[in-house]
Design a protein around this ligand. Sequence first.
Ligand code: AMP
Length: 303
Amino acid sequence: MGSIAFDSVRTPFGERNRMLGGSAVHFSLAASFFTDVRVVGPVGDDFGDEEYEVLRERGVDTSDVERVAGRRTFFWRGRYEYDLNTAHTEETQLGVFGDFEPKLSPESRAAEALFLANIQPQLQRAVRGQCEARVAGLDSMNLWIETERDALLETIGEVDLLFMNDAEVRMLTEEPNLVRAARKVLAMGPRAVVAKQGEYGAALFSSDRFFSLPAYPLETVRDPTGAGDSFAGGFMGHLVSQGEGAGDDHDELRRAMTYGSVLASFNVEEFGTERVQKLTRDEIEARYEEFRAITSLSEVPTA
Ligand code: AMP
């Protein structure tokens, strides 16, 4: 559950007007390579068959997408400069999200896992309350830390995994040191925190373990929009595909970090959903193997 959107994005490498986007869309497409996905969220009159088709082609179930007559789909306009790690928001139109009250279908209520993609924390909380999922993840952003802090803290207390940019983890906890900041988040409830670090990779903190992975060394990055959601989709998709208990297994969490990084790396190669739409499972596995190669260390010879 999260935003289903039209995005207008400008980067130093090009621009697109009103392309399909949204946190829930990027997450769903990435997770669809690993498990069955249902996407939940509202759209307006301007959301057409072409947009539904992108989700359906990846097998994403859209029966919980609610079409609200007389309203417009969530719209986000953003721009990136040469530092692609920072998105500058130029315009946000909540549209259908202005007064959206989520009502999950029985199928969605019974889902094994839930991802609360970035959207108002009260909405995330309402959905968490309706879903029986044994594992729940959440992503958020600086906007909600600034404007809805209390609601966000309550919602974080009800999830198992928190995905946030490292700057946002620091901002949320008012703690400049990332290790201490992650500890503070773990004390709020989640069992693990993933601090995303843009082109530098991502770090995982749990109560007694730490794992860090660089980003894949890409030569072509066109549009970072949706990288965080694609990361979460690869991460949670893999974890869910490994069955109950995977969330407590550190090796499995390391693999999930790697699949998250793989999906994020493909996502940024082209604009919006363009690259992930034509991605194959073989390409995912090949890049996973490359990650294994670039991150393995041999021992220093002693004699
Ligand atoms: P990210 O993975 O952080 O790059 O997420 C990018 C997606 O977030 C875009 O496709 C936007 O449509 C969506 N987005 C931007 N601002 C918001 C917001 N305030 N609430 C929910 N989704 C948003």
